[in-house]
Design a protein around this ligand. Structure first.
Ligand code: PBG
Length: 341
């Protein structure tokens, strides 16, 4: 027997001495050799907050999810605390939209008010704020639109200034972490500088570093009332068919600009990207966003009796974690914490 063969025998063994099924026979052995475990502490629950009092508007395309007013947020955040979730991420639906999303930088805007309510209800729950303009602009784009080049586009550098202002308004209200999601070049550096200058050097940034122009965001745009009124987001969000290495460049740039945590979004169709980022930067906390369309697909099939929702969700999220994401943003965070219990 050659050395090479004996090494490979040691590594893989041979039937009948080796039977893989032995590790699967006893449930306790299966449990013992499990290496991917989901815990509530790594799950982030997205929440949609809108102006008003005592409002809970169910989102038709996302069964189980609702737009809620800040007063009802207290209850949601207390539940997150009881369930031991990793945190919540807030999306705001303002009552007033305009071309530059001016409401976004106001200390009385929907997100600052929601953050204050959340912090009052459960000071220890991590409150992350999504930082973007699509919910605040009447055109629904993630920044200041321009057609300077004859093509519909978003003015990158004009948007950066506004993003920094919005981030500072969130931090002043008590946001624990800021998550810029607009895919503007230089956005992490701009937000970092804004926060530092305003005395928030301790507030971490979780960057939507590799965010794709995805059809899986469809239901979210109803939930956040943020659908673009003209054109699409392909001039700033990534092309799903771009080389995977482009995502690595995006992550590398965001890290160089000061991102503390990075995100890949969506999750399921981009597990190769999750894997590649995790392998390249094993020490960087990596989040994956299990987006609205991924949620709604399963909900729709489960409602028909075609899928077993809890089992499918655990399997999906296990896959996302196994690919390398240590943090998962998911609309199932609360449900899953209960199922795991
Ligand atoms: C805002 C934003 C979007 C999502 C998160 N932040 C929508 C978009 O980019 O169009 C999508 C989340 C989801 O689909 O669950 N820029």
């Amino acid at each position: 027997m050659s050395d090479e063969q004996s090494t490979s025998f040691e590594a893989t063994g041979k039937f009948p001495a080796v039977r893989m099924r032995r590790l699967r026979h006893h449930p306790a052995v299966r449990e013992l050799v499990r290496s991917t475990r989901l815990t509530p502490a790594e799950l982030i629950q997205p929440l949609f907050v809108r102006e008003g009092r005592n409002i809970r508007n169910p989102i038709a395309s996302m069964p189980g999810q609702a737009q809620i007013s800040p007063d009802l947020l207290a209850d949601e955040v207390s539940q997150a605390a009881e369930l031991g979730l990793g945190g919540v991420i807030l999306f705001g639906i303002p009552s007033r939209k305009d071309a530059v999303g001016s409401e976004a930088a106001s200390d009385d805007g929907i997100i600052p008010r929601a953050v204050r309510m959340a912090k009052q209800a459960a000071a220890d729950v991590l409150v992350i704020t999504d930082l973007c303009f699509c919910e605040y602009t009447d055109h629904g784009h993630c920044g200041v639109p321009t057609n300077a080049t004859g093509r519909i586009d978003v003015d990158n550098d004009a948007t950066l200034r506004l993003l920094a202002e919005q981030a500072v308004a969130h931090a002043r209200a008590g946001a624990d972490m800021i998550a810029p999601s607009g895919m503007m070049d230089g956005m992490v550096a701009a937000v970092r500088r804004g926060l530092d200058e305003a005395g928030f050097a301790h507030v971490p940034i979780m960057s939507y570093a590799a965010k794709y122009a995805s059809a899986f965001y469809g239901p979210f745009r109803d939930a956040a009332e943020s659908a673009p009124q003209f054109g699409d987001r392909r001039s700033y969000q990534m092309d799903p068919a771009a080389a995977a290495e482009q995502a690595l460049r995006e992550v590398e740039l965001d890290l160089a600009e000061g991102a503390d945590l990075v995100m890949v979004k969506p999750a399921m169709a981009y597990l190769d990207i999750v894997r590649a980022v995790h392998q390249r930067w094993p020490g960087v906390p990596l989040a994956a966003y299990n987006v609205s369309g991924e949620y709604s697909m399963v909900k729709a099939a489960a409602a028909q009796g075609w899928l077993d929702e809890p089992r499918v969700v655990v399997e999906m999220l296990t896959g996302i974690k196994r690919a390398g994401a240590g943090i998962i943003l998911t609309y199932w965070a609360k449900d899953l914490a209960r199922w795991l219990d």
